[in-house]
Ligand binder design. Structure first.
Ligand SMILES: Cc1cc2nc3c(=O)[nH]c(=O)nc-3n(C[C@H](O)[C@H](O)[C@H](O)COP(=O)(O)OP(=O)(O)OC[C@H]3O[C@@H](n4cnc5c(N)ncnc54)[C@H](O)[C@@H]3O)c2cc1C
Length: 544
């Protein structure tokens, strides 16, 4: 949507298509945080992104990020606010900032986006009673009633409902961008999945799209009068019926921007590239890697396909739950099947899963369990459930959650050695008293402490596990979406393996391999670059 908005304001004729019946994809489900610093963040981004990301892409992202924010503010009803104190995810790394760089949309009154409210994709988790919960609020709400600010936040949110319904986080971002498109007269065709790219004389000149409904399409990319070697008219997969009723050919004089998200819901692609299935992602259901596949069939290079915006996730009966504050709050720890800790539980979510999956060289740590006690449960919000409120029985019936009156009983239920679990908890309880996690440094980083409990002394992330019953929750390697995809350059042009661009083809967001490499700079480090490279694609199209 940012690409389309920018292209329209560059004077181009634009159309947005989305395969889903709603607009917004994962963006509408998201926290809506944006990491869009300027060039001052260069040292830090280089550290986070690593050697796999070119300096030219990093620099372009940093240079144009602030412009994107200004552009979006000017051409949509969106306004943004800093998320105070939300640190970069590696604040102690060179150039990292403990006060953070993340911004988020200010609550957006629904009347400003009313025309397209009915087709806005659903949020990942709706706030109770239609409250307008921001990322800042979530931090305080997660503390239950432990902090005066938590109580004030709850009261303010309840009172805020009197001011009329307002959208926050990714709902505000997606709806605000959509409102900008409406104001710029850009059509958004829903239920219109792209099935293939049209190529003429070596240039991408459009897409074949639709019909909506069950995807009964795809016979590969149409190569019309192609003179480029290596292009094949037949796709590797057959979904049949391509070219039947309902398909449309949308011609693009300047080019096509693939912003079709990642492949988090494509089971076969995930198995092939990641050795994991699609069941634990919280990304949008429509993200099945179509854009990545379409580009690949034209000879585009792919990068980072084994990566995702990972996060430790509870495989709850109603769907996966992506853990944030639950891991940082005191009175919780994570063990693997040996009954031992293996990671700083409060570390940024991508990093925790890298360790779980054995990507850091210590072997895999699955299954994994989040262990807590009664005190933790009495104090804090847990997966959206208020402190003290009974947890759903179906979690226990399904074996996702376990409860026992003693640590030995809990160990038996989850099949880990009881002695090891007891030792782990005793050692951890010692760390809680001293305030130093000698094994993994939990609470040392400002990032860990952001979602800690400020009333917990001496370390806001470390608390004893003493009070029965004890709980264990299954933790799996989930994600917010995948982050590997089409290789692109600093102008968002899709590149072939020899480094040359495919004329007329651009990619942004999770359809493109991330400018963050295998890292995650801070909250908003997926949406910030997605919007920036969409914007840069539009500038290049307009210049073309
Ligand atoms: C719960 C949650 C919280 C998150 N919080 C944050 C956050 O605070 N900050 C942040 O930076 N990131 C966050 N993320 C990650 C972020 O939302 C995604 O990385 C980002 O939205 C990806 O943007 P995108 O434009 O690539 O894809 P999307 O926003 O998912 O859009 C892709 C669209 O393409 C459509 N599509 C797919 N295939 C086709 C096809 N063949 N034809 C036509 N259309 C197609 C889909 O239907 C979808 O609407 C969060 C994600 C989740 C799930």
């Amino acid at each position: 949507m940012t690409a389309a908005l920018a292209a329209a304001h560059q004077g181009l004729k634009v159309v947005v298509i989305d395969g889903a019946a709603t607009y917004g994809g994962s963006t509408a489900r998201s926290g809506g945080g944006l990491w869009l610093p300027g060039p001052e963040a260069a040292t830090y981004l280089q550290h986070v992104a690593g050697a796999e990301v070119s300096a030219s892409r990093r620099d372009a992202f940093l240079k144009y990020g602030p412009d994107v924010l200004a552009f979006v503010r000017e051409h949509t009803p969106l306004e943004f606010a800093r998320v105070p104190g939300y640190p970069d995810y590696h604040p102690e790394a060179p150039g990292g900032l403990a006060e953070g760089r993340t911004v988020e949309p200010r609550p957006l009154p629904v009347h400003e986006v009313a025309a397209d409210l009915g087709t806005l994709a659903a949020p990942y988790r709706a706030a109770p009673n239609g409250m307008a919960v921001t990322a800042v609020d979530y931090r305080w709400l997660s503390l239950g009633l432990r902090h005066p600010r938590s109580m004030l936040t709850a009261v303010r949110l309840a009172a805020g409902r009197l001011r009329g319904r307002r959208l926050t986080m990714g709902q505000a971002l997606a709806a605000g961008l959509r409102a900008g498109l409406r104001a710029a007269n850009v059509p958004v065709l829903l239920g219109t999945p792209m099935s293939s790219l049209i190529v003429e004389r070596g240039r991408v000149t459009g897409v074949v799209a639709g019909p909506s409904g069950p995807r009964s399409r795809e016979a590969g990319d149409r190569v019309e009068e192609s003179s480029r070697p290596g292009q094949e008219a037949s796709g590797s997969r057959q979904r049949g019926e391509a070219g039947t009723t309902g398909e449309r050919r949308l011609r693009a004089r300047r080019g096509v921007v693939l912003a079709s998200g990642g492949f988090e819901h494509n089971e076969a692609m995930r198995r092939r590239h990641q050795g994991l299935g699609a069941e634990w992602t919280v990304g949008a259901a429509g993200n099945t890697g179509d854009g990545i596949e379409a580009g690949r069939r034209l000879g585009a290079a792919l990068d980072l396909m084994d990566e995702a915006w990972w996060g430790p996730t509870l495989p709850l009966t109603g769907g996966p739950y992506f853990c944030l504050a639950e891991r940082n709050l005191p009175g919780s720890l994570i063990v693997d099947g040996s009954g031992r800790r293996f990671v700083n539980e409060a570390a940024p979510y991508v990093d925790v899963v890298h360790v779980m999956l054995g990507r850091t060289g210590s072997g895999t740590h699955l299954p994994a369990w989040l262990i807590t006690d009664r005190t933790y449960r009495d104090r804090y919000l847990f997966a959206g459930h208020p402190p003290r409120a009974p947890l759903p029985r179906r979690w226990f019936d399904a074996g996702v959650a376990h409860r026992a009156g003693s640590l030995d009983g809990l160990a038996q239920r989850i099949g880990v050695p009881a002695g090891a679990l007891r030792e782990t908890v005793e050692r951890f309880t010692g760390f809680a008293a001293s305030g130093r996690d000698e094994d993994f440094g939990r609470g040392d980083s400002a990032y860990d402490r952001y979602y800690g409990d400020p009333r917990q002394r001496p370390n806001p992330c470390l608390g004893a596990l003493r009070k029965p019953p004890f709980f264990a929750f299954s933790l799996v390697p989930g994600d917010l979406g995948t982050k590997g995809g089409l290789r692109t350059d600093e102008r968002a042009r899709v590149l072939q393996t020899d480094g040359t661009p495919i004329p007329g083809l651009y990619a942004a967001g999770n359809a493109a391999a991330s400018v963050m490499g295998r890292g995650y700079a801070g909250a908003g480090a997926t949406l910030g670059p997605a919007m920036t490279f969409g914007y840069l694609a539009a500038l290049d199209l307009a210049a073309g």
